[in-house]
Design a protein around this ligand. Structure first.
Ligand SMILES: [Zn+2]
Length: 407
C-alpha cells in the first residue's frame, strides 16, 4: 500500500498500486532527429481506489504543459473526423428544436461544425493553438480548463443553463476529473444531459490491453466507477451503451440527480454484469499486474526481439502506440520507420525511440516484409491501404490478441 496517493472520492484509504510502467515520455513529444538531450520522462503508475473502484494514475505531468499547446488535431485523422461527424448526426437527429449545446474539449471544432446551425453552440478547450480560426465567429469558444474553478467564466459565456454537454474522450483526460463533473452539474438545465464517451476499462486495461494507459488518460472507467464518480457531485447515469471506438468505450447519458429522467433498465443490467465480472471485488484487480507482464513479454518475444536489426515498418503512431513502443522496447530497433497521416508528426521521431515518422505514400514498400500495426483500432482501414501500397509480408498486431497477419 502506498502512502502518498488519495482518491478524489474522499476515501480515507490510499490508492492501491496495480502496475508501474516505469518512466515514459509524453505521447505527443515528437522530436526532430537533431534535438539534443534526453527526452523528459514521467512516472506512469496505474492504481485503484478500493472505495469507488476508479482505476487511475497516481500522478500526471502538469496539465498546463500538456493541454495549453496541444499537439492533437481532431481533424488530422480522417477516421476520427468521420467519427465526430457521426456523433453530431446523433444529436441533430434527436433534437428538432433549438438547443444550447456545449462541447468540452472542442479542439479544432470538428464536431461543432457538424452540428445543426439552428442550435446555440459553445465550446471550452484550454488549447487555443488547435482551434480553426476561420470558424471563430460562428461559435463562442472559451480557452480555459473545463472545471468548477472556471465555472463563472463558462457561465458568463453561455448565460443560460445548458441543454446538452458533449464530452467525447475528454472526461478521462484530467486529474481534476471530479471538478469536471461538478462543472457539468452546475451548468446543466433541469432537463439537460451530458453525452459522455470514455474508453471502457473492462475492454482495455483490465483485459491487459494496456496501451490506453498514458499520462493524458488519467482515469480508466468502468460503468461502476463512473457511476460512483458522477453521483459524488449530484449527477446520475440514465443510459449506457457499449461502443467499439478506442478498442471499446462507454457512451453514457448523464442527468442531474434532481432530473425527472430515471435510469433505464440497461444501466442496472450493465452494473450487474460488471458485478458478476468482479469489478466490485478488490481481488479481481490483483491479477492485473501478471496479466500485463505476460502481455508485454508476448509482444517482445513475438515481435520486438526478433527484428532489432531488420527493416521494420510501424503502421501508425497514435498516442496508444507510443506507450506500446516505450513499454515493449521499440527503442532498440535500428532500422525501423513508421508512417502516420498526421502531418505534424511526419519528419519527427516517435517519442522515446529513434523511429522516424514518414508520409504513407512516400515509403518504398518493397523494402519491407515485416510490419507492426500500432494503430490497431483502425485495423481494416490500414490493412486495406497497405495492400494498395503493394506491401507483401507479415503484419504483427499487438492487441487485443497478439498475432500475425500475412498479406
Ligand atoms: Zn475513490
Amino acid at each position: 500500500m502506498n502512502d502518498k496517493y488519495n482518491c478524489e472520492c474522499g476515501s480515507n484509504e490510499n490508492l492501491f498500486i496495480l502496475y508501474d510502467f516505469g518512466l515514459i515520455p509524453q505521447v505527443n513529444n515528437y522530436r526532430h532527429i537533431d534535438e539534443k538531450g534526453d527526452i523528459k520522462k514521467y512516472p506512469l503508475i496505474l492504481a485503484i481506489c478500493n472505495s469507488c473502484k476508479l482505476l487511475q494514475l497516481t500522478e500526471m505531468p502538469d496539465r498546463e504543459n500538456i493541454f495549453r499547446n496541444y499537439d492533437h488535431y481532431s481533424s488530422a485523422s480522417a477516421n476520427n473526423a468521420e467519427y465526430l461527424h457521426s456523433i453530431a448526426e446523433i444529436i441533430n437527429k434527436r433534437h428538432d428544436s433549438k438547443k444550447i449545446i456545449l462541447e468540452v474539449g472542442c479542439n479544432d471544432g470538428t464536431l461543432l461544425k457538424s452540428l445543426d446551425s439552428k442550435h446555440s453552440i459553445y465550446g471550452v478547450d484550454p488549447a487555443s493553438n488547435v482551434y480553426d480560426k476561420n470558424i471563430n465567429d460562428e461559435f463562442t469558444i472559451l480557452h480555459e480548463f473545463f472545471d468548477i474553478k472556471n465555472i463563472e467564466k463558462i457561465k458568463s459565456m453561455i448565460e443560460k443553463p445548458v441543454d446538452i454537454i458533449l464530452g467525447i474522450n475528454v472526461f478521462a483526460h484530467n486529474d481534476s476529473y471530479m471538478s469536471m463533473f461538478a462543472a457539468v452539474e452546475s451548468l446543466l438545465a433541469d432537463d439537460g444531459y451530458a453525452h459522455v464517451e470514455v474508453a471502457y476499462a473492462a475492454d482495455t486495461v483490465l483485459s491487459a490491453n494496456f496501451d490506453t494507459i498514458y499520462h493524458e488518460h488519467f482515469c480508466n472507467y468502468t460503468l461502476t466507477s463512473l457511476k460512483n464518480t458522477v453521483e459524488h457531485v449530484g449527477l446520475k447515469i440514465c443510459d449506457v451503451e457499449k461502443i467499439n471506438t478506442q478498442g471499446g468505450s462507454l457512451r453514457v447519458k448523464i442527468y442531474k440527480k434532481s432530473s425527472r429522467h430515471e435510469p433505464l433498465k440497461n444501466v442496472s443490467n450493465f452494473l450487474e454484469k460488471e458485478d458478476r465480472l468482479g469489478i466490485n471485488d478488490s481481488n479481481f484487480y490483483m491479477e492485473l499486474a501478471s496479466k500485463i507482464d505476460k502481455k508485454v513479454e508476448t509482444i517482445k518475444s513475438m515481435f520486438t526481439e526478433k527484428y532489432f536489426d531488420d527493416d521494420v515498418l510501424i503502421l501508425g503512431s497514435p498516442a496508444r502506440g507510443v506507450i506500446t513502443a516505450n513499454v515493449c522496447g521499440f527503442d532498440k530497433f535500428n532500422k525501423a520507420i513508421a508512417f502516420d497521416d498526421t502531418e505534424d508528426k511526419q519528419g519527427l521521431m516517435i517519442p522515446g525511440t529513434s523511429i522516424m515518422v514518414h508520409k504513407p505514400d512516400s515509403i518504398n514498400y518493397k523494402k519491407y516484409n515485416v510490419a507492426c500495426l500500432l494503430a490497431w483500432t483502425y485495423k481494416d482501414n490500414i490493412i486495406d491501404r497497405l495492400r494498395n501500397y503493394g506491401f507483401k509480408g507479415k503484419v504483427f498486431i499487438p492487441f487485443p490478441k497478439s498475432e500475425y497477419l500475412i498479406i
